[in-house]
Design a protein around this ligand. Structure first.
Ligand code: PPE
Length: 304
């Protein structure tokens, strides 16, 4: 169970947590078309900050655009609402979930005239794949479920219904005793985790999946920038699962997962089975940024 907070923002009002309810005929609940974001708020010496909130809000609007959903708020209004919700709950550090969904009205696949609604919830969310996972690395299984074809799920959208595919993969991985799933694309190349982007390191060079079948991760983008600033070469090119098996290091990135080392894939130990040198270095830089200890990337932080 997640830990309750006080208030949830719903269509302009802050509602007590237990009263934040929707009608059972809410369109998105039946058909899966809603778009959402996941944003982290971190504690710094100067108070709480939102990590790359503008980029997250922009992505929310892009997701909506792809699916012809008109969000009845401006980007500025949503940023204000997020800040208001974090403040109202007195959070110093939390996860933020804005959700745009199609409300109650018509049923069937053409919800003409149904209201487009927005909710913003916040809750404390520690490490996504466990404290131990963040420190020592996780065990990953290549999924028997593939990422949807790019013309079935347009992966630049962060859409509720896509996570059915992710959950199949995640459940399979867990039932086989692993921590997380790695999905391949329809051509058999590595795509992404159930809720993370993937990086591998070979000979000091970083490689990540190009933007085809994956979500355009904001953490992925941050890691690419800061790795290049650290003088590490980064390539966005396709690779196969066997390249992951023989990589020196591998890690997942995501808002929830942050930078999580991968220590094993399908029974193959990655590197020496411990988080590698480059992974640890990028983790250190990443966490120094979000804690407000790295002035170079101050622009990524928005004070609450
Ligand atoms: N791929 C997928 C499929 C994905 O869901 C995420 C985020 C990413 C990549 C990384 O994107 P970014 O957060 O912008 O770096 N997954 C979100 C949902 C996790 C959940 O379980 O809910 C997240 O990390 O917030």
């Amino acid at each position: 169970m997640i830990e309750k907070t006080e208030k949830i923002w719903m269509d302009g009002d802050l509602i007590p947590w237990d009263d934040a309810k929707v009608h059972i005929l809410t369109h998105t609940l039946h058909y899966g078309l809603g778009v959402f974001e996941g944003i982290r708020c971190y504690e710094t010496a100067d108070g709480p900050v939102l990590f790359r909130v503008r980029e997250h809000i922009e992505r929310l609007f892009k997701s909506a655009k792809i699916f012809l959903i008109e969000i009845p708020y401006s980007e500025e209004e949503i940023e204000e609402a997020i800040i208001e919700t974090v403040r109202a709950n007195g959070m110093r550090q939390c996860y933020i979930r804005p959700l745009v969904y199609i409300g109650y009205g018509a049923m069937g696949l053409y919800p003409k005239g149904n209201p487009v609604r927005l909710a913003i919830a916040v809750w404390p969310w520690g490490t996504y794949l466990g404290d131990e996972g963040l420190k020592q690395g996780i065990r990953v299984k290549t999924s028997s479920f593939i990422r949807n074809h790019v013309n079935s799920s347009m992966s630049r959208g962060k859409v509720c219904g896509y996570y059915v595919n992710s959950q199949l993969a995640k459940k399979e991985a867990i039932s086989c005793g692993y921590d997380e799933a790695l999905l391949l694309d329809t051509e058999g190349y590595v795509s992404e985790g159930s809720g993370e982007n993937i990086f591998v390191v070979r000979d000091g060079r970083l490689k990540t999946t190009p933007l085809t079948s994956i979500l355009e991760g904001i953490t992925r983008d941050s890691i690419i920038s800061l790795a290049r600033d650290e003088g590490i070469e980064v390539a966005e090119e396709r690779f196969t699962r066997d390249e992951v098996y023989i990589s020196d290091e591998a890690f997942f990135t995501g808002t929830a997962a942050e930078v999580t080392p991968i220590r094993e894939v399908d029974g193959r130990v990655i590197g020496d089975g411990r988080p590698g040198r480059i992974t640890r270095r990028l983790q250190d830089v990443f966490f120094s940024i979000v804690r407000g200890e790295n002035s170079r990337y101050r622009g990524w932080l928005t004070p609450v």
